[in-house]
Structure formats: structure tokens, C-alpha cells
Design a protein around this ligand. Sequence first.
Ligand code: SF4
Length: 240
Amino acid sequence: MSRRGTAPRQPGVGLAWGKAFGRGLLRWFTRHGRDLPWRRTRDPYRILVSEMMLQQTQVPRVLAYYPRFLRRYPTVEALAAAPPARVREAWDGLGYYARAHNLQAAAQAVVRERGGRFPRTREEAERLPGVGRYTSGALLAFAFEEPVPALDTNGTRVLSRLFLARRSSSPSRTAARLETLAASLIPAGEAWAFNQALMDFGALVCTARAPRCDACPFRSRCRAYARWQRRGRSAPGRQP
Ligand code: SF4
């Protein structure tokens, strides 16, 4: 595709490369994505439970708690009506108990203020207790396939390394820029898969300390990789 007449979506990210990245990421996900129980549902309640649990807890630990919690509270109505002490008990062992409190408060807000319907916009989602920017994106993209980004630490790292020539000195400006970039990269109708794929790619390939650049399908276009090569490194902080 000719570059002439193609408006770049972000500085340094042309339309063709943005599309190729989206498609390449989905291909990678089809082959390597993790099969996780919360990926087998589009029920917003079940997705919210998983996202709250994953906020400060590693996947293997959540795998043990998630089905147990849902057996006890299978619906948003059941959780909303439960005695708080029992909810706290069901959360026992996961830590950061404020999450259990927030999850139940969010369930009560959905049941009592919204007639059991989950929000369909980020603004509304972020009014629920314990739901921040990432979780609102996850809820909308994973439950409703809304074309919004859900940028967790992994996704943020992948996009920064691949696309950002430099970070702004303002973290909030960098976050806003990455959100805009991520939104522009989501292939049509693929918000669920794109966001799940980005997270898995950051968790399995483009890891924080030892990225597997040798196995990365995007290496030839990666700005961080090129920077490390110029500096004689093979990864952040590692000598070749
Ligand atoms: S080349 Fe390395 S740093 Fe760049 S996206 Fe791939 S794994 Fe991450």
C-alpha cells in the first residue's frame, strides 16, 4: 500500500503497519493464547469477578478461587444480596480484601440502581466501585465487544516498546497517548480477541525483564528492540 495519501494514525504508526500489527497479534493469539475460564464467558458479571480478582493476584492463584466463588455466587443478584461477612470469607486467601468489598458494592449498584443491567459505556462503568480505567475497558470489550482498549501493565509495556519513540515526562499523557493508539489498532469486530491477545503477548513474549525478542513476530518493527541493538544490549538491562 502506498504511503502517499495514507494518514498516520499516531506519530510513527502508519495505517498499514497498524493493521498488520493487529492481524499479526490475532494470528499469534490463535496459536499461543491461554485458555482461561473467564475467556469462555461473555457474562459481564463473571468477567467483572475475574477482573477484580486479577487486579492484584497472579493468574494461577485466581484459577483456584474463581470457580469456587462463582459456585457460591453464580449471579450478580446472588452476590448483591449476600451477607458481606460471607463474601469476605469466600475471598479469604486472595488478599486485598477491599476488592471483595468493591465487587459486592458494584454488584449492588448494578442490581439496585441499574435493574441488573451492566454499563455499556466507560463513563458509567467507571462509576462502579473498584472499576478504574483498565477494568472498564475489560468489561466493555470482553462482555460486549465494544471497540475500546483494556490496557493493563502487559499491554502498556508491549505498545510502549513497539511504537513509542520516547515517553512523555507526564505518565498520564503517555497513558492517554497509548489508549488512543490501542483504540486505533483494534481490528474491526475484534475488541475481545485483540485485548486478550495483547495481554497474553505481554505475559508470555514481551515480558518485563526478559522479553523473548527472538520469538517475536514484530521484532523488525520494534522501536525498543532497535534501541537495545544500537546500545549493544539484547534486552532491557541485559548485555548480549
Ligand atoms: S521485539 Fe522484543 S521488545 Fe519488541 S515487542 Fe517483540 S518481544 Fe517486545
